[in-house]
Ligand binder design. Structure first.
Ligand code: CP
Length: 327
């Protein structure tokens, strides 16, 4: 694994899940792997879970972490090729990224989409320039279109729950459902979850959302799309709840009829489904209190598992960069 930006960077999702669960049972097993190695975590946008879990994972591999909140503390970065920088941006990524490559052994980046320019966002304009100019492994902490560490965590959490429920002998039914929100959110978590579940191939996968909220087909191909939420939820084993804004009418929030918030009542037709959400969550908008505080919720376990996902991925990046140096 040279970089970690999507499911395409992973040979076997199941093997990576096993590695994460191995770290969960023996967190300090590889505490020397990252000795004298440094990870820089650049945040162009806010975070709690991603930031802290990555830092803990790096520490458990013996790495030093430097956090840099670019949005707050750094110079305003320019990403446009050939830009005449007589405006608000102060430093070009072409100048900043190679320096970061000299400071760090792994560079981790969180950046959100503009939700205004679809082509630019879906070209992963910012992330790809760091890949081009840094010269070191890049770890996505969520990008314009994907959130791979979250999706790996989600599959770890589902796998763990399947083991606990002794349901490994059959494919679970996983339903990803759109949920209401007060503002336009990126499609990254939903795109990414769909991409990872489809590549994993160990589930029957249904996506349900109101008309107008179709995701890019590249990510959903392989899943059943069902516009009727009640229909979709029938016999579900796991429900992934997430809001996203429109992809087609980019960044818009088309009007929705009916109630899409997940409640206990909606669980009646399911197979006592377990509930996942990446957090942060708007209580009683996306999910009801009764669901979040009830026994079917996996959301706290899921957020805790972020550490093991980050540790498994960082370990792969470190081993790969050590092997490349030896060669
Ligand atoms: N789920 C997630 O990425 O959380 P943070 O935004 O707090 O990192």
């Amino acid at each position: 694994m040279n970089h970690f930006t999507s499911a395409h960077d992973v040979k076997s999702i199941s093997a990576l899940v096993e590695k994460a669960l191995m770290y969960k049972s023996t967190p300090w097993k590889d505490e020397s792997l990252g000795k004298h190695k440094r990870i820089g975590c650049l945040f162009l946008n806010p975070s709690m879970r991603t930031r802290l879990s990555t830092q803990i994972a790096a520490q458990q591999l013996g790495m030093e972490t430097v956090i840099f909140n670019v949005g707050q503390d750094g110079w305003a970065l320019e990403f446009a090729d050939g830009a005449i920088m007589n405006g608000t941006t102060v430093e070009h990524v072409k100048d900043a990224a190679p320096i970061l490559g000299n400071y760090f052994d792994v560079l981790a980046i969180r950046t959100f989409p503009s939700l205004k320019n679809k082509e630019e966002d879906y070209s992963e304009y910012i992330l790809n320039q760091f890949i081009k100019y840094t010269g070191k492994p890049i770890l996505s902490l969520e990008s314009a279109t994907l959130h791979p560490l979250q999706s790996l965590t989600d599959i770890i959490t589902i796998s763990e729950s399947m083991q606990a429920q002794k349901m490994e002998s059959r494919k679970p039914k996983i339903v990803m459902t759109w949920a209401p929100h007060i503002k336009a959110l990126p499609q990254c978590v939903a795109n990414s979850f769909a991409q990872w579940v489809n590549k994993w191939g160990e589930a029957e996968f249904t996506i349900t959302h109101p008309i107008g909220y179709e995701l890019k087909e590249e990510f959903t191909q392989g899943a059943t799309i069902e516009y009727n939420q009640n229909e979709a939820l029938k016999n579900a084993d796991f429900i992934y709840v997430k809001n996203w804004s429109a992809y087609t009418n980019y960044g818009m929030i088309p009007e929705v009829s009916g109630s899409w918030m997940m409640t206990n009542e909606k669980l009646i037709s399911t197979n006592n489904a377990k509930i996942l959400h990446c957090l942060p969550v708007r209580r009683n908008v996306e999910l009801s209190d009764e669901i979040l505080d009830g026994s079917n919720s996996l959301v706290t376990k899921e957020a805790s598992n972020r550490v093991w996902a980050a540790q498994a991925v960082l370990s792969e990046l470190l081993v790969n960069s050590i092997n490349n140096q030896v060669l």
